[in-house]
Ligand binder design. Structure first.
Ligand SMILES: [Zn+2]
Length: 371
């Protein structure tokens, strides 16, 4: 059993606590959150840290399979260039890819990530995933390729699905994006979808996508209603008109989670999503790192820092929700992850270099995994 405290504990599910400590069993399960008077009471065996305690992070968008492409693609050259380069250089012997996946998973764990959404185009890295302590949801991404019939693409997806589920991995079939997965293939994907499956899709990552007729965008999103939840990733060019139209379909809107990958957007497009607007619109925002092909590191804290520094009006409590409970809810992991609540096993992170006056992260904030 461990008793742990720091200057402030952020349970996420309730208000921050100044005078409390966490009680955890040997497996990291939260047994209790105890209030005490730190100036008067002596608690036996209490671990005291300088900084804040937060639950483990959830990375709501990644492509582990691209981990071996770190620093291979130039920055700021736009999405078209990026996609072309990835296709051109991604093929490497499986052992090289597996080694980089292993390193990436270890890095993410050490940087406080407990839950992960991984987009896959193959079953490479299964052994590494099975070994990892990170809880993973696999999205089998399907897209059209010239000369390939819909059935052929779906069959290949099934082949990956079988490999994943035989290794006890959670997985669902998803489209890549509006531009890469046509409506016929999307219908085929829905045909394979089970009741509680979750979808993800790259959405509005470029200007040419947001220039599509709004009706077309809404029509496509309605085609995703076969899923229980939908994670829309990037939202770089989400404008008021598109958002208003989506909102009109209440059933669709309630299924949506809006994933932002600020460091990847800066890497590829030198742009950031307008998260202050998303916050005002009360959208369910989550954080993703995207892959090492478009990011220097797979760290949710670094994504949070980019947002905190560029949008100083955003409260830390909200940014923390995006990094923890929102991602856990999006991936159906909130029974175990995302907040300090009795019976959960969310991981315990210490953040050092926190600005207590402004109640915000700083450029020098760092994360250390305690549990
Ligand atoms: Zn992506």
């Amino acid at each position: 059993m461990r008793k742990i405290t720091a200057n402030i504990i952020f349970p996420v599910s309730s208000a921050p606590l100044n005078d409390a400590y966490l009680v955890l069993n040997d497996k990291g399960l939260v047994i209790d959150i105890v209030n005490y008077n730190r100036n008067q009471e002596e608690v036996e065996g209490l671990e005291y840290y300088s900084g804040i305690l937060v639950p483990g992070f959830v990375n709501a968008h990644c492509h582990l399979e691209l981990s071996h492409l770190k620093s291979d693609i130039g920055e700021g050259l736009g999405l078209k260039h990026f996609v072309k380069q990835v296709q051109k250089i991604r093929n490497k012997p499986p052992e090289i890819i597996e080694r980089s996946i292993d390193t990436a998973l270890r890095y993410m764990w050490s940087r406080g990530i407990n839950g992960l959404a991984d987009v896959v185009n193959s079953s490479v890295g299964l052994e590494q995933k099975k070994k990892s302590q990170i809880q993973i949801y696999n999205f089998i991404e399907l897209f059209n390729e010239s000369g390939k019939a819909t059935d052929e693409i779906l069959n290949y997806g099934n082949y990956i699905y079988t490999a994943l589920t035989e290794a006890n991995q959670v997985a669902s079939f998803v489209p890549h994006s509006m531009y890469a997965t046509n409506r016929e293939l999307l219908k085929g994907i829905c045909g394979l979808t089970l009741n509680d499956d979750i979808a993800t899709m790259h959405f509005l990552e470029s200007h040419w996508e947001s220039n599509l007729v709004v009706d077309k965008i809404i029509g496509y999103l309605k085609g995703l209603k076969c899923f229980e939840k939908i994670l829309l990733v990037h939202n770089l060019n989400l404008n008021q008109e598109i958002l208003e139209q989506i909102r009109m379909d209440k059933d669709l809107f309630e299924k949506l989670f809006w994933v932002v990958c600020p460091n990847s957007n800066q890497y590829i497009n030198r742009e950031l999503p307008t998260v202050l607007e998303f916050y005002k619109e009360r959208l369910n925002i989550c954080f993703g790192t995207d892959s090492l092909a478009s990011n220097h590191q797979l760290s949710i804290l670094d994504e949070m820092k980019t947002i905190a520094i560029n949008f100083s009006d955003l409260p830390f409590d909200s940014i923390l929700e995006w990094a923890t409970i929102n991602g856990a809810k999006a991936l159906g992991m909130d029974n175990n992850l995302g907040s300090f609540e009795k019976g959960k096993q969310p991981g315990v992170l210490l953040i050092e270099g926190f600005d207590f006056k402004k109640n915000q992260l700083t450029q020098s904030s760092e994360v250390i995994r305690l549990v």
